[in-house]
Design a binder for this molecule. Structure first.
Ligand code: ADP
Length: 483
């Protein structure tokens, strides 16, 4: 290269240093002859370190096509443009938009390539994230639809095609009202108004119309889509088919109602023959008692006792069934009053076994149904007094604790305890762990407690170990302040 020309190039090169892009010159064999400040900034090597090195091996260049083709294109057309991936000094991968031109000598022979590289790593990463997200949306089984603020469909995934039956080509560009049943015309404007205000619509159950006017029960979540500047430009909706879920729910409700009605009527109908059994056994004893021997009289007494027991079970079952169906209006109830009322009801039982009940104040207010709550506490207190070995004086402790708007009432005894395997089971109807002889009962007390508490929006549970007593708890919302 003539000297003057080299000097000019050098001067130009200094100017090039002012440019933010990486600018490098490399000879036909890749040897670096110029390295701009921009290149140093992007790749981390200084000019001194790179001059004389091979550009492609230094930068571990990943080419989108063979290098030979690129060189041919530059020679033929004078330029080449494309995306290259380089590895910077500290190992970071840099994606660049690269433009190559060729330097020729006076004779027109190519001497070097001028490479100008614009760092687009952030764009490439964003594009990759975008592609990844798009793939997730596309593969989702939920129907995911994009629309603009006028309600025009802008995107439509595979799930949407499956749910509604339309292909992307059929719906993109059309109004979302295509999916809304004619009897719900206000729904879309209403949803779009919320979206325009920046609000989200969460798990909204409604009906949509698929191809061929097929009605589909869906749960919809609609969220605003914002552009880079934060302005709302549309909405994305996710719809899940809940047709099957709704059908099962209706079926379950119907079966439950039927079962409850059945239990109720059976219990009622059982009462009459039972009264007969009891009555005639009693008449037998009263009128013919003197003609029976001791064994005969005992049989008659056993019939009466069995009838009494069955009567008790039927009463409890009726109560349980009533509790399942009754309307329970909740109001603030003082747990102190509830515990007091329960203890009054159990006075005879507590006195008989000389039970010591310690109540730790304060007992706060909860949201509940007063008579049901008293019944629940009666059942728990009565068990606490009952399931204690005969040689041990029963001791019961009652206290409450509260957190996050909930109140837990604890009832602790010093009784026989319950193995962990049975902590759930005992709350079911007729589940008993003991024979009637050792501890009498119907096996419905805890089922009633659970049903009652759950109908009040609460929970019940127990902590216990065999031999170490039991701690039953009920948890309800804290009572609201009366206005
Ligand atoms: P019942 O008391 O009529 O038997 P429940 O439904 O109240 O029926 O209780 C079910 C079973 O759970 C009881 O039979 C008993 O085995 C067990 N259980 C309930 N409360 C206690 C307790 N405080 N200590 C030990 N076992 C208990």
């Amino acid at each position: 290269m003539p000297k003057e020309r080299a000097v000019t190039l050098e001067a130009q090169a200094q100017l090039l240093d002012l440019i933010w892009d990486a600018i490098l010159l490399h000879a036909m064999d890749g040897t670096i002859t110029y390295w701009s400040m921009g290149a140093e900034r992007i790749y981390g090597w200084t000019k001194e370190e790179t001059l004389g090195e091979n550009s492609h091996s230094l930068l571990k260049t990943e080419f989108p096509q063979p290098l030979g083709e690129i060189q041919a294109a530059v020679e033929l057309e004078g330029r080449w443009e494309g995306t290259l991936v380089h590895t910077a000094r500290e190992g970071r991968r840099v994606t660049v938009a690269s433009r190559w031109t060729i330097q020729k000598d006076e004779a027109g022979r190519p001497v070097a390539y001028l490479e100008i590289n614009n760092d687009i790593t952030h764009l490439a990463t964003a594009e990759e994230t975008h592609a990844r997200l798009a793939a997730i949306v596309e593969s989702s089984d939920d129907a995911i639809i994009g629309k603009n603020l006028e309600g025009v469909i802008t995107s439509w995934n595979r799930g949407a095609q499956q749910l509604y039956g339309y292909t992307t080509e059929e719906v993109v560009g059309r109004s979302i009202s295509l999916l809304v049943p004619p009897d719900m015309p206000d729904e879309i404007p209403h949803i779009l108004d919320k979206i325009k205000r920046g609000e989200k619509v969460d798990h909204y159950q409604t009906v949509r119309m698929g191809k061929g006017s097929r009605r589909i029960d869906v749960s919809l979540t609609v969220s605003p889509i914002r552009n880079a500047a934060g302005s709302i430009i549309g909405a994305s909706s996710i719809a899940r088919d809940i047709t099957e879920q709704k059908r099962l729910q209706a079926e379950l409700e119907e079966t439950n109602a039927e079962l409850e009605a059945f239990a109720y009527s059976v219990s009622h109908d059982l009462k009459a023959p039972l009264r007969g059994m009891h009555g005639f056994a009693q008449a037998l004893l009263e009128d013919y008692g003197d003609q029976l021997d001791a064994e005969g009289r005992e049989y008659a007494e056993r019939i009466m006792a069995a009838a009494d027991r069955l009567h008790g079970m039927i009463q409890d079952l009726l109560e349980y069934s009533r509790l399942s169906r009754a309307r329970l209006d909740l109001q603030p109830v003082s747990l102190r009053k509830v515990v007091k009322a329960a203890m009054a009801q159990l006075e005879a039982q507590l006195r008989e076994r000389d039970v010591r009940v310690t109540v730790r104040e304060p007992l706060p207010e909860v949201m509940g149904h007063p008579t049901t709550l008293v019944q629940v506490v009666v059942n728990l207190l009565s068990n606490a007094a009952k399931f204690v070995p005969p040689d041990r004086p029963p001791e019961v402790r009652v206290w409450a604790e509260g957190a996050d708007g909930r109140v837990r009432l604890w009832i602790e005894d010093n009784g026989i305890g319950i193995p962990a395997d049975y902590h759930q089971q005992i709350f079911r109807v007729f589940e008993r762990l003991h024979g009637e002889e050792s501890y009498p009962g119907t096996g419905i007390g805890l089922a009633i407690a659970r049903k009652g508490i759950e109908r009040m929006g609460g929970r019940v549970g127990v902590e216990s170990e065999p031999g170490l007593g039991s701690r039953f708890w009920i948890e309800l919302s804290k009572g609201e302040q009366k206005r």
